[in-house]
Every structure is written in C-alpha cells, then in structure tokens.
Design a protein around this ligand. Structure first.
Ligand code: FAD
Ligand code: DHB
Length: 392
C-alpha cells in the first residue's frame, strides 16, 4: 500500500502531525506499535506552553483542553527553607502555561483521528525504514502477525527515544550528543487535592521535590531518588514524609494534603540530541530526535514544536512544490531544541543535588536561585524559557 506521509509512532508528535496534515489535505498513515489503551494510559508530561495550547486549539483539539486545562500564571521556587514566586505574565509580557496531562491530549487526538482523520493502526510495529535517500522510501512493519510494506513520499519518525526511524540515517551522517544524570525521579499520582494553586519546585539538602497536579482532586508529585531505585522501597508514608521535608519553609506550617497513591514509577533522566533531523525523505520529530530531563517540562512541548514546523513545510511541498521550508527543517528545529536542552539542563542541575555534591557546588546553586529571586532579568530569563520561546 501507499500513502503520501508515513508516520511511525502514535504519541503526541505522530498524532498531532497526522491531524495537521489531514487538515491541510495531505494523506498520511500512522503506525503505532502499542494498543490504544496502553498509549492512552501512559503517564508522562503535564505542562503545556502557550504556543502548544495555541497549536492544539487551531487544529480543533482544544475543546476539552479549554474546559478542563488549568491556566497557571507562575511557579514557586523553594530553596534554603524560603519560597519565591515567579509571576510569568508580568515577566514575559503576558505568557502563561496550562496544566493538561499528556494522556488527555493523546485521548483527544486519537478520538479526532478515528472520527474521520487518516488511518491510525494500533499494534503496528515498524521494523525498518528503507530507501531514505531515494524518491520512494518505505516502512516495513508487522501488523496482525504479518509483515507489510507502506510506500511513502516521506517517512516521519515520531517513534520516540527507542524508535527505529533514526537508524534510517546512515551512521556516518548521524551524530548523537548525550549526557546522563546521577539521579532519577520517583513519580507518583495521588488522590489528593494539589497543596498549592501553582507548581512548587523545591531545592533542598535532601534532594529535589516537585509538586504538580493533574486535576483539582489529583496531585502529581516527584522526588529525586538515586539511579536504580526500586519503587517498592518507597511506601506511601515515606514518600509523603520526604515530599514534606524537602519543601519545608521556615515561616509557614505548610503541609501537602495526603491521599492514596495510585501510581509509582522511577524515571531515569537523560539529555540527547541526534543530528540531523532529516536525511533524504526521512524526517525525525519529538523524542525520536531529542530527549530532555523533565525538570523544565519541555519534552512534550518540543515534540509539538517540531511537528508544527514540519506540517508547515510539508504543506508547502504539496501546495507549491517548493522545498525551502523542508530543506531548512532540521536547522530550524535544532536551534530551538538546543535552547530547550540548555534550559532543561540548567533547571535540572540547579535544583538537584548529585550524590557526591561538594558544599561549594551547593553554594553555587543557592547563589543562582537567589539571583533568580532577586533579579528581574534572571527571573525573566527563566520565565521566558519555561513559558516557551516563540515557534520558529
Ligand atoms: P512518545 O510519546 O514516546 O511516542 C512515541 C510513540 O511511538 C509511542 O507511542 C511508541 O509506542 C511508538 N513507537 C515506538 N517505536 C515504534 C515502532 N517501531 N513502530 C511503531 N510505533 C513505535 N515530559 C515532561 O515534560 N514532563 C514529564 O513529566 C515527562 N515524563 C516522562 C516520563 C517518561 C517515562 C518518558 C519516557 C517521557 C516523559 N516526558 C516528560 C517526555 C514527554 O512525555 C515526551 O517528550 C513526549 O511523549 C514526546 O512525544 P513523542 O510523540 O515524540 O514520543
Ligand atoms: C510535570 C512534569 C515536569 O517535568 C515538570 O517540570 C512540571 C510538571 C508534570 O508531570 O505535571
């Protein structure tokens, strides 16, 4: 079989790209290796930049987001047993973020897709991409126990960090830049109302803690833990005690509301960028091309930015035949990707305490946090990056 654009991966990147192409009248097929239930339940990101919300709205996926998403005007930083709020609209000329879980975006996009968009096949695992540097690239995939081939004009790898599309770029032409971190996150969901109206990012001598939320009755919480931690060693009480201790401040008796924990998982952290994001007729988008540690809340937003740029380029190709936007795709995305890589690295290394951290390095972190609290310029730099730099 044949299609114009073959999309590998039905995560946020693949599903949104399919939606954007469908609206531009460009044919596509999405191949997703997992089943629908699995994809819709996978707990991941929760913070949407202003630009991400705008894109979802413009493609018709904003109805429930506008009803249920929670608009946030700032975050709180806690360090040295003090709290400091950053007011995003005041620091950025009006930009905000929205709390709306990745699971919900994925559900909304799948529903739109199945209701009249392009074909979306679950249980379809791409095995390899062939002919990347020819006019006839193809995806070999398994579905219903048989092997198939999908011929395409273009193949887009939206297949995440463990995907196969990246391998279509020959080794000699592909370079991956990476960095690991000596800690992970223990992430939990709690049937407990958020303990604060806004997110709290806490630096402490016990390690990092993050208080986020999913709905007015469900909290999403994260603790820095050593790499290789087994969640079984973290009973509920230990998690709540640690969250409370890490976020404690001197001049209040603030305590998070507790409730049953409904999910627990340990998430390793890494930074990684693969260049280029295009080889011949194969293009990479989202986690297939780059990974950030989660502290800056950038992963999902970067995926949305990539496919927005790509949809514009493919719309030009199919509309006028011109390829200048497509030719610039990799460079256009990578410039913004590297800024988000730096911001994510900065947030991560400023707020976490590595196992062997020297007192000198702790002093540097506290000095940097103090600078953010005391300088409008330093605060604005954080706020602009957090709420999202303009799409290219
Ligand atoms: P993915 O969401 O990974 O989607 C890729 C899709 O491709 C998947 O559905 C996968 O099943 C499918 N696929 C893979 N291989 C194949 C194949 N061979 N054939 C067919 N389909 C295939 N970001 C934050 O901002 N905050 C967070 O708290 C946060 N937590 C995270 C926790 C985890 C465990 C992970 C892995 C990521 C987290 N992220 C977080 C990052 C964010 O979720 C990702 O950046 C985002 O999901 C990227 O979307 P994507 O569509 O590019 O990739
Ligand atoms: C969430 C995740 C993040 O990585 C972050 O920085 C803020 C919030 C979340 O899952 O809600």
């Amino acid at each position: 079989s044949r299609t114009a654009v073959g999309i590998i991966g039905g995560g946020p990147a693949g599903l949104l790209l399919a939606r954007l192409l469908h609206r531009a009248g460009i044919g596509c097929v999405v191949l997703e290796s997992r089943d629908r239930g699995y994809v819709e339940a996978r707990q991941r990101a929760g913070i949407l930049e202003q630009g991400t919300v705008d894109v979802l709205r413009a493609c018709g996926a904003g109805e429930r987001l506008d009803r249920e998403g929670m608009v946030h005007d700032g975050i709180e930083l806690r360090y040295d047993r003090r709290a400091h709020r950053l007011d995003f609209p005041a620091l950025t000329g009006g930009r905000r973020v929205t709390v709306y879980a990745q699971t919900e975006i994925v559900k909304d996009l799948i529903e739109l897709q199945l209701a009249g968009g392009a074909p979306l096949l679950f249980g379809a695992r791409a095995l390899a991409v062939t002919g990347a540097d020819t006019a006839r690239p193809a995806i070999r995939y398994r579905h219903d126990g048989r092997e198939h081939t999908l011929g395409c004009d273009y193949v887009v790898g939206c297949d995440g960090f463990h995907g196969v599309a990246r391998e279509a770029i020959p080794d000699a032409a592909r370079r991956t830049y990476e960095r690991g971190y000596p800690y992970s996150w223990l992430g939990v969901l709690a049937d407990a109302p958020p303990s604060s109206d806004e997110l709290i990012y806490a630096h402490s001598d016990r390690g990092f803690a993050l208080f986020s939320m999913r709905t007015p009755t469900v909290s999403r919480l994260y603790l820095q833990v050593p790499n290789g931690t087994d969640p079984a060693h973290w009973p509920d009480d230990r998690i709540w005690n640690e969250l409370e201790a890490r976020a404690a401040v001197d001049d209040t008796s603030w305590k998070p509301a507790r409730g049953p924990l409904t999910a627990k998982a340990v998430l390793p952290m890494r930074s990684s960028v693969t260049e280029p994001m295009r080889w011949g007729r194969v293009l990479l988008a989202g986690d297939a091309a780059h990974i950030v540690p989660p502290t800056g809340a950038k992963g999902l937003n970067l995926a949305v930015a990539d496919v927005t740029v790509l949809a514009r380029a493919l719309t030009q190709v199919y509309g006028t035949g011109a390829t200048d936007l497509l030719d610039a795709y990799s460079d256009t995305c990578l410039r913004r990707v590297w800024r988000a890589e730096h911001f994510s690295y900065f947030m991560t290394t400023t707020l976490h305490t590595p196992p062997d951290q020297s007192p000198f390095d702790t002093r540097l972190q506290l000095s940097q946090l103090d600078r953010i609290a005391g300088s409008r310029h330093a605060a604005a730099e954080l706020a602009e990056n957090y709420t999202g730099l303009p799409l290219p």
